[in-house]
Design a binder for this molecule. Structure first.
Ligand code: ATP
Ligand code: MG
Length: 704
């Protein structure tokens, strides 16, 4: 074999197996590509996908992944829209939510067994003009809020049409809408469905009707769902909505036929947020290119100052000069390289932070009033942070805290073992704090651990504030932590709007707000603990004073001025046990909590701190029967009657305020609040001989 041949020949292998020639036929088959479809055939299959078809297949992206969550999502979308519409029109919202079981197969199952529900949400808002109704309720990505920068609950233009589409998909029933734009206008009734292929509305019914509401909108959806109380339920969502929206009066008719009323405890509308233009720091390069094409301005300088906020004509000229482009050139003529330089210059120019009148925070007082109304504790506080900015979007973080102990003898109601619904925690969670999260006043009940707010709660060192906390866990104890983000654009992690994305700026603000709440709680607990131990010492001294005075009197042969000596010894005992400070810390002097702004302290003697606000909440809870009930609830007069009797009892109790507030001590809201009736919980008459808890009951566990 010559050298050339040796090179062309396959090298002898060390392995005897490899020398065996492999069968030729299979190798040839594997090498030949199997062409089943040609490019032409593939091309013929390409089709546009309608947005409704996409979301029909991916309904989990919109929060319709399981029947229980779907029921909540439908209620949530309708209530969010109702509140947005009322607030935008400057009307104090009165919202009615009714859940009814729909009979299936000729029988009406119990609410817990039912699989079909009729959801009705009615508001007293501005109503909707007739022409817009079909597209609002039966066309995805249609709405009035997406293109503007202004705080509102809705953002995407998907919410209510997606709920209608889910109903159509699961029950085949259309969405029914009644809307009236004013007392002089006629009410219109519509039945609409969505044509998912075209993402266009199909109108089944359109007529004028008699409606007993002067104005507003009523939406009725029939959907497949599951009704189960407890964590992440419709009941919990409505309860939390009422905490963050104390200006809303909410009537909720449960599928069980009960009527729960969440009264209005704040009688002013939140300040109406203003619409703003985008901030130059918040836009990406591609966005700038698009804006340059779409602008109505004729000069670049005019474009910068009129299409962005916080850019004055002078600043616009300055930016153009630095970017070496003519301020008078047409924005459309600015092409890629020059546009990129302009973009970089904008990012490097110092521009004032965006205005914050586009956001309407809840406010410390309203948070306090909401927490005080819904949660029974001993200490309440609220913090509103100054405005901050992420990606050019202004936002405000607010936090609140309600703290209180359960009485020792209160045993937890035994629950039957049943599978946990999604979002429900395990039982051990009951010893941990509960976090309630909000975005633009809407409670977020799912995907807690993915949310930036929850992560901030975990990363806060609650031990510094006298509260127990295991590593990487929630703080322990009977505590509810409230966190709210208000922004023109809340960065949700998905279209179902369940968790807030982890921007550093947002995380930092939440942490600062939580720390301030924690600091106040720590101050309250430490002061209470110190005062309680001094008070115990004082009581012991006082026990011996009698003995000492008697002994001295005997020594003096019965000639001692006993009362004078007693008073002197008491004075010494008081001064040795913290003096008046002890009394103040235990709420025995009636003065407010020093160094604890925007806080309420519930003591055995009454309420301290924001006393006026607390009494207002109590009074409102007592007067929960408004004359419009019959209108709002239509034929449900029986349930209203039940509410009335509760309200009467509440009124009796509210007369005793603030003393009666002592009864709240330790009656901290049940975790999960399953089956909690808002009025009943606040206004339940006390048992007459119920022993009052000692004032020191709130003392924290001492660190060992
Ligand atoms: N009860 C109502 N009263 C008045 N207008 C309403 C009502 N419900 C909906 N709308 C109007 O219909 C539009 C579409 O509502 P939809 O819930 O689909 O989207 P959205 O609220 O804008 O955003 P999101 O998808 O985030 O909820 C709203 O922008 C609002 O203008
Ligand atoms: Mg909406």
């Amino acid at each position: 074999m010559n050298k050339k041949n040796a090179l062309t020949q396959p090298a002898p292998s060390a392995s005897p197996r490899k020398t065996v020639p492999e069968p030729v036929a299979p190798k040839k088959v594997a090498a030949r590509p199997v062409q089943q479809v040609t490019a032409v055939e593939m091309g013929a299959r390409q089709r546009e996908i309608s947005v409704s078809e996409f979301f029909t297949k991916n309904r989990h992206l919109l929060g319709f992944d399981n029947p229980r969550k779907a029921l909540l999502t439908c209620v949530k979308e309708a209530v969010d829209n109702a509140l947005d519409a009322c607030e935008e029109a400057g009307i104090l919202p009165d919202v009615m939510v009714r859940l009814e079981v729909v009979p299936t197969g000729g029988t009406t199952p119990s609410p817990s067994q039912a699989t079909r529900f009729r959801i009705t949400v009615m508001d007293n808002g501005p109503g909707i003009v007739r022409q817009q109704i079909p597209r609002i309720f039966a066309k995805l990505l249609y709405g009035s809020k997406f293109h503007r920068l202004r705080m509102s609950r809705g953002q995407q233009g998907i919410g209510i049409s997606a709920a209608g589409m889910y109903g159509q998909l699961t029950t085949g029933k259309p969405v029914k809408i009644i809307s009236r734009t004013g007392p002089k206008a006629v009410a219109h009734f519509f039945e609409v469905q969505i044509d998912t292929k075209k993402n266009e509305p199909l109108v089944h019914e359109n007529k004028q009707i008699e409606w007993n509401q002067p104005q507003g909108t009523q939406v009725t959806l029939e959907v497949e769902g599951k009704y189960q109380k407890g964590r992440a339920s419709v009941d919990e969502w409505l309860e939390q909505t009422s905490i963050a929206n104390p200006h809303v009066r909410l009537i909720y008719q449960t599928p069980e036929g009960e009527t729960n009323e969440y009264p209005r405890t704040y009688h002013e509308l939140p300040p109406a947020p203003r619409e703003i233009k985008p901030h130059p720091y918040g836009i990406e390069f591609g966005m700038l290119l698009k804006m340059l094409q779409d602008t109505k301005s004729h000069s670049l300088s005019g474009f910068l100052s009129s299409d962005f906020c916080r850019v004055s004509p002078q600043l616009a000229d300055e930016i153009c000069k630095t970017a070496m482009v003519s301020p008078t050139m047409k924005p459309r003529d600015l092409k890629s390289h020059a546009a990129e330089t302009l973009y970089q210059t904008i990012q490097n120019t110092k521009i004032m932070a965006p205005p914050t009148n586009c956001i309407s925070p809840i406010g410390e007082k309203a948070i306090l009033s909401g927490l005080y109304k819904q949660i029974k504790g001993e200490f309440y506080t609220a913090v509103s942070r100054p405005p901050a900015v992420y990606r050019g979007n202004p936002f405000i973080i607010e936090a609140g805290l309600a703290y209180g102990n359960r009485p020792e003898n209160q045993t937890k109601p035994k629950q039957l073992a049943m599978p946990k619904a999604e979002g429900e925690g395990e039982d051990e969670d009951s010893e941990l704090a509960r976090v309630i999260r909000y975005a633009n006043r809407v409670p977020l009940l799912y995907q807690q651990s993915a949310c930036s707010m929850f992560k901030a709660v975990l990363s806060t060192s609650w031990k510094n504030y006298g509260v127990t906390q295991s590593r990487g866990a929630l703080p322990g104890g009977p505590m509810v932590i409230f966190a709210h983000m208000a922004s023109v654009w809340v960065p949700f992690t998905s279209e179902s709007k369940e968790a807030i994305a982890d921007y550093d700026e947002i995380q930092k603000e939440i942490t600062l707000a939580l720390r301030e709440c924690g600091r106040r709680l720590g101050l309250f607990l430490r002061r209470r603990e110190r005062a309680a131990s001094e008070y115990r010492r004082r009581n012991i001294f006082e026990l011996y004073i009698e003995e000492v005075v008697e002994a001295c009197n005997r020594l003096k042969g019965g000639k001692l001025l006993k009362e004078k000596l007693k008073a002197q010894l008491r004075k010494i005992a008081t001064s040795r046990t913290g003096g008046m400070k002890t009394d103040q810390a235990l709420g025995k002097t009636g003065t407010g909590p020093e160094g604890l702004p925007h806080s309420i302290i519930v003591t055995s003697e009454g309420v301290e701190g924001e006393v006026e606000l607390a009494s207002q909440v109590e009074a409102d809870a007592a007067a929960t029967v408004p004359p419009v009930d019959a209108d709002l609830l239509g034929d449900e007069k029986l349930s209203v009657g039940a509410t009335k009797s509760r309200a009467k009892k509440a009124h009796l109790r509210a007369d005793k305020t603030p003393q009666s507030k002592a009864a709240q001590m330790g009656l901290f809201a049940e975790k999960g609040s399953s089956g909690k009736k808002p009025i009943r919980t606040r206004t339940q008459p006390e048992k007459p001989n119920k022993p009052k808890r000692p004032a020191n009951a709130a003392a924290p566990r001492r660190k060992k």
